[in-house]
Design a protein around this ligand. Structure first.
Ligand SMILES: *[C@@H]1O[C@H](CO)[C@@H](O)[C@H](O)[C@H]1NC(C)=O
Ligand SMILES: *[C@@H]1O[C@H](CO)[C@@H](O)[C@H](O)[C@H]1NC(C)=O
Ligand SMILES: *[C@@H]1O[C@H](CO)[C@@H](O)[C@H](O)[C@H]1NC(C)=O
Ligand SMILES: *[C@@H]1O[C@H](CO)[C@@H](O)[C@H](O)[C@H]1NC(C)=O
Length: 392
């Protein structure tokens, strides 16, 4: 068991002063699978990589594959030098040397057993993923929230305060995936642990804050409405109104779903653009698989607060004013509990939250500039005039 413990709790030190503890117990199975895969593909390549000039490149990969497997099954390692080297350009980038039949381009977060038949490991495969970025002080709120998500959901917690074993007593905690890295934001975690190829089996991905009240929310009912109204990016309506900034995300009592709103005069230059349409906020977004594949690419590695990201989500779906919306019939209460915002560093006599706030605003402007420049560079390269509303 001690060996398993070591695999399950790998320790990665990023900086000497800031040790980073990753607890990804659910990856044990994946890791084992990877090792097995390595040794297997190794035996295949030993057979196919004998040094011959590429005289038979016309031979189909399938034939080769067949040949390779036949060869290895009869323990004949090298019977001829006639095998050509594999180069399957349709494989994912970097994997062209592998026969396509062995390539597993996508993964999942399903925990597996260490024994038995691999194909009997999973009693069910959850279709959805929900992540919360949490500190221990919100334990009871998160416990209540998780109860709104059925067994159809994989649960993933990102711990920013290093306290993980404190959650062990909760029944669902054992089937959850816990990732613990000190003082990081949810977009930092999302970029690193929710790669689209890893979360590919999930139809929808919830990337949520910890201070949400879910008394009037049911996740599966929510998703039924999302599908009914064709929403690729969505959030539940916010209620009660706690002085939230945007009209768009307030719950409407007369509708199931809304996709646009009227803002205060002067706030919307175009009724089809944020913050009047094509817009949800970043505290409780829900992405379809395809939308997430795009949004993941838009997340910047250094801009960790995600400010401005909500205004840019529309770049990922088309037409954005149809596919981004707020679900009113399943609403949540954004309780606005100070959390990670308080975990900054007190500098020059300023409170920690002030430094965090400043950084948020700074990041927003950096993001806007990057997007503007990227747009400009693209249109210039293509030799066409940019459309009028490209900036974030
Ligand atoms: C390939 O095999 C032929 C005969 O089977 C041999 O004469 C030749 O030297 C081999 N070439 C290489 C590169 O091994
Ligand atoms: C290599 O391929 C050629 C042409 O297909 C064939 O004539 C020859 O017998 C093969 N050599 C070996 C060692 O299999
Ligand atoms: C929302 O869009 C619909 C359809 O384009 C339009 O009829 C409606 O007036 C818009 N509502 C608001 C509040 O702008
Ligand atoms: C873009 O803006 C220019 C100048 O403001 C205007 O003449 C033009 O019609 C606009 N194009 C579109 C597609 O709205």
């Amino acid at each position: 068991m001690s060996k398993i413990g070591i695999i399950g709790r790998s320790v990665i030190v990023i900086r000497p002063d800031e040790s980073m503890r990753l607890i990804v117990t659910a990856f044990v199975g994946v890791l084992l699978g990877f090792l097995v895969g390595l040794s297997f593909s190794d035996s295949v390549s030993r057979f196919t990589s004998s040094p011959v000039k590429d005289a038979y490149s016309s031979i189909s990969t399938e034939q080769l594959l067949h040949h390779a497997f036949k060869g290895s099954s009869t323990q004949v390692q090298t019977t001829s030098n006639n095998t050509s080297k594999i180069w399957a350009s349709s494989n994912p980038r970097g994997a062209e040397r592998l026969p396509p039949g062995i390539v597993v381009a996508e993964s999942d977060l399903y925990a597996r057993r260490l024994w038995g038949e691999p194909n009997e490991d999973l009693a069910m495969k959850p279709k959805y993923l929900v992540t919360f970025t949490v500190g221990l002080s919100q334990k009871s709120n998160i416990d209540a929230a998780i109860k709104k998500f059925s067994e159809s959901f994989t649960i993933m917690l990102f711990h920013y305060d290093g306290q993980t074993s404190e959650w062990d007593d909760l029944e669902w905690s054992k089937r959850a995936i816990h990732v613990s890295v000190s003082k990081q934001t949810k977009w930092w975690y999302a970029k690193r642990f929710l790669h689209p190829d890893v979360v590919a089996p999930y139809d929808y991905i919830f990337i949520w804050d910890e201070d949400l009240g879910l008394e009037n929310f049911d996740a599966e009912e929510y998703l039924m409405l999302v599908e009914k109204h064709g929403l690729e990016i969505s959030q539940p309506g916010l209620y009660p109104d706690r002085g939230t900034t945007w009209h768009m995300t307030k719950r409407r009592t007369d509708l199931e779903v809304h996709k646009n709103t009227t803002e205060r005069p002067g706030w919307c230059t175009d009724p089809n653009l944020p913050p009047c349409a094509a817009f949800v906020e970043i505290m409780a977004p829900v992405f379809s698989r395809d939308a997430w594949r795009c949004v993941w690419h838009m997340i910047q590695n250094d801009l960790v607060h995600g400010w401005g990201l909500d205004l840019a989500l529309r770049k990922c779906v088309e037409p954005a004013e149809e596919k981004i919306g707020v679900v009113d019939a399943q609403w949540i209460d954004h309780q606005i509990v100070p959390s990670l915002g308080n975990q900054g560093l007190s500098e020059n006599g300023k409170a920690p939250w002030e430094g965090v706030r400043e950084r948020c605003i700074k990041e927003w402007s950096i993001f806007r500039d990057r997007f503007y420049n990227a747009d400009k560079a693209y249109y210039k390269e293509m030799g066409i005039d940019p459309p009028n509303s490209t900036s974030v």
